[in-house]
Design a protein around this ligand. Structure first.
Ligand code: FAD
Length: 482
């Protein structure tokens, strides 16, 4: 099993990350990334410790591997996998969306129906299997970019202003392909080992050059990562910004400047139909999003815990109006957790023997996420009032003899000294009010596609037959003379 130290060392591979006009050197030591890389290292150390029960013997390799990467083959496997994913999510309070288990679950799903990737020309299924085995053996951390750069959404890849805006195959060679263009939005790509590149947005005939799926090491020559403003960089105190400093995964635009991809790293090549179907003809989409829902339920629990503690600290938790709000939060958290458990306990075994969480319940929550999470944030903000702003500018004010006495006297609650009260409210603000918090709101609304896309998954997977039949039975039970 990989250790945190081994992970941190592996990041020193001359990857090309640009930040504030400069190239980043030594990712693990850079102030923008050292918080998140330390958190990820903590995940690896936790999983490697046998007493935490995250290790199993993988049938694919015959060796010990992390349960989060498992191809589940029974409901019991799904339970074991969930417990492992939950352990990781709990270590970061559900605030690291693209931890290694996210894309790892997609890759397990691809490998769960690897023959799907075979074509008459090339047996890509073996590449999928081989790479999945590497994930298991090496505990690889993979992120993905599967959305074309946002530019003109009324057109597909071929209709953009210039060729190879969206990443595509510029040259096919005997030993592999050369790819050119860009793709969004690589969460955690700066701090992972490999990048999975594909396109989940529908394409049409003529888009073939852009219809690909491949993996590449983040240090690959020609791959350039353009980072959004990082939140950890100017916020050095963990006490003041406990989340921004430790869990900022960063998001990047990935630019492929004629990057060579050897055939063994290609899963789909210039095939519009396969690139579309790969997510749904394999269990990839359900397993990946099941991981995301387990993480979300952990985050919802964290959010309602914060709300409850804030209400108690302010002495309002017994007021009927506050009880109603806390109750609504409890409903929202219970819905996410309940749907996650329902999708697991009503799973099905597919034709390849893979246990698939029930998509009715899985997508049921995902489709509501863009309303459900913002609502939870709104309630927390409402309960917190001006408390998150009635805090000193930094921990330094609590340490300075000139300012500390006033702050300790006036920022307090009965039984809750200043240092603890300020700590609680700064934590809440980092979740809902800082740039980090704002990005998390956007993340929960968009990480699995725009809200209309997520509701489309629900539409396609609910299974309306019984519902319509029920209405038909009702209609048939009376007539015009009744
Ligand atoms: C914080 C964050 C992290 C992310 N991480 C990743 C990642 O790790 N990997 C990755 O690949 N992607 C990632 N994404 C990208 C994410 O998958 C996309 O944001 C998502 O697919 C939506 O695409 P878009 O942002 O281009 O929005 P658009 O598709 O441009 O949609 C924006 C809005 O336009 C309207 N709209 C657009 N098209 C239509 C239509 N056909 N019908 C009706 N309305 C429409 C809707 O109102 C929609 O909400 C991330 C996004 C965010 C915000």
């Amino acid at each position: 099993m990989r250790t945190g130290l081994a992970y941190l060392k592996s990041l020193d591979d001359d990857r090309c990350i640009y930040l504030r006009g400069e190239r980043v050197r030594k990712v693990a030591e850079h102030p923008a990334f050292r918080g998140i890389t330390k958190s990820v290292a903590g995940l690896y150390d936790h999983a490697a410790d046998p007493k935490n029960g995250m290790i199993y013997t993988s049938p694919e390799t015959g060796e010990p591997a992390n349960k989060v990467f498992m191809i589940p083959r029974s409901q019991e496997d799904l339970v074991e996998r969930r417990k492992a994913i939950k352990q990781w999510a709990s270590l970061t309070n559900g605030l690291v969306g693209r931890s290694p288990d996210h894309v790892g679950s997609f890759l397990a799903g691809f490998a769960g129906n690897a023959r799907f990737f075979d074509t008459e020309k090339r047996k890509f299924g073996k590449n999928v299997e081989d790479f999945y085995r590497r994930v298991l053996k090496e505990d690889l951390y993979v992120s993905y970019v599967i959305i074309p750069p946002q530019s003109d959404r009324s057109k597909t890849a071929q209709g953009q202003e210039f060729a190879f805006h969206q990443v595509g195959v510029a040259e096919e060679r005997a030993d592999g392909i050369v790819v050119r263009g860009a793709q969004m939005l690589g969460t955690a790509t700066t701090v992972c080992d490999y990048l999975l590149v594909s396109c989940i947005v529908p394409m049409k005939p003529g888009d073939e050059p852009y219809a690909n799926t491949f993996v590449l090491p983040v240090g690959a020559k020609g791959l350039k990562l353009y980072c959004r403003p990082p939140y950890a960089l100017d916020r050095t105190s963990v006490y003041d910004y406990p989340l921004s400093t430790r869990y900022d995964e960063t998001d990047v635009l990935a630019v492929f400047d004629d990057v060579f991809i050897p055939w063994e790293h290609v899963f789909v090549c210039q095939d519009v139909e396969k690139v579309r179907a790969q997510f749904f003809a394999t269990p990839a989409h359900v397993l990946g999003n099941n991981q995301a829902q387990i993480r979300l339920s952990t985050k919802m629990q964290f959010l309602i815990g914060l709300a409850r503690k804030i209400a108690a600290t302010n002495g309002v938790d017994g007021f009927p109006g506050v009880v109603e709000k806390l109750g609504e939060l409890a409903c929202l958290a219970a819905i996410v957790e309940g749907m996650e458990l329902a999708s697991e306990s009503t799973c099905s075994i597919d034709k390849n023997g893979v246990a698939k969480p029930n998509p009715r319940f899985l997508y049921g929550t995902m489709g509501l996420q863009a309303e459900l999470y913002p609502r939870a944030v709104q309630i927390l903000r409402e309960l917190a009032g001006g408390g998150p702003l009635q805090v000193p500018s930094s921990s330094a004010d609590l340490l300075s003899p000139e300012t500390a006495p006033d702050l300790k006297k006036f920022i307090r609650s009965p039984g809750v000294p200043a240092e603890e009260r300020i700590k609680l409210f700064k934590l809440a603000w980092d979740l809902v009010g800082t740039e980090f918090g704002g990005r998390h709101l956007q993340y929960e609304m968009f990480y699995a596609g725009a809200p209309f896309v997520a509701k489309g998954y629900s539409f396609r997977n609910y299974g309306y037959d019984e519902a319509v039949a029920q209405v038909d039975r009702c209609l048939a039970s009376y007539g015009i003379n009744d």
